[in-house]
Write a protein of this length. Structure first.
Length: 210
């Protein structure tokens, strides 16, 4: 009887000890709390987005086209943007610049030379005589004189030889606008460039009558 009693108490003690070692079952409230804490910690670890920069207002449009057009002496003409047209009259004689009645411009870079003159129109327009105003003594017309309609201008064009070794191809043109005769000349490394340059110049050409 004593042995049975002792076994009973031993088993009871073991049962109580094992029960004490079991983890407590979490309540629904404690599980939700842990989830909320984990979510809060995750959100806190996410870096905040960088603030957007303030909007930049676009610049106001320029009222004039500043690149590739020359406007003075009551006319405008187009030209490549990397060429600056200067008054050649002031180079020859600083005290005698170009005027509305007569003038001469030039501009160049490593691959192109452009020159332009103008004078008051005579009673009859002679395009070849007008071309002579811009040609040097050693420059001679080549091939045939061509008449072209560019916009509203009747333009006369003819290839020429050049006096520049590095720019062996040339062309000269003449037209009238607003009571003045205009002549244009260009040197280039190939012949195909010159009519295209003339076309672009005349597409933007305006004179005092407009």
């Amino acid at each position: 009887m004593k042995i049975i009693t002792r076994l009973f108490f031993i088993l009871l003690a073991v049962t109580i000890t094992l029960a004490a070692c079991q983890p407590a079952t979490p309540t629904p409230e404690s599980v939700e709390t842990r989830i909320e804490q984990a979510v809060a910690a995750t959100l806190a670890a996410i870096p905040a987005p960088s603030p957007l920069p303030p909007p930049t207002l676009p610049p106001a449009p320029t009222p004039f086209v500043l690149d590739g057009i020359f406007c003075e002496y009551s006319f405008c003409t187009g030209h490549p943007a990397d060429i600056y047209l200067a008054d050649a009259s002031t180079i020859r004689n600083p005290a005698s610049p170009s005027t509305y009645n007569y003038g001469i411009l030039y501009g160049f870079n490593a691959n192109l030379y452009i020159q332009m003159v103008w004078t008051l129109s005579s009673p009859s327009f002679d395009p070849q005589l007008t071309m002579r105003y811009i040609l040097e003594e050693r420059e001679q017309p080549q091939g045939n004189l061509e008449a072209r309609l560019v916009g509203k201008f009747n333009v006369f064009y003819q290839p020429i030889n050049t006096i520049a070794e590095k720019l062996p191809y040339g062309g000269v043109a003449a037209w009238q606008c607003g009571g003045r005769d205009f002549a244009w000349k260009a040197y280039a490394p190939n012949q195909e460039m010159i009519p295209s340059l003339l076309q672009q110049a005349l597409e933007r050409f305006r004179c005092g009558e407009e």
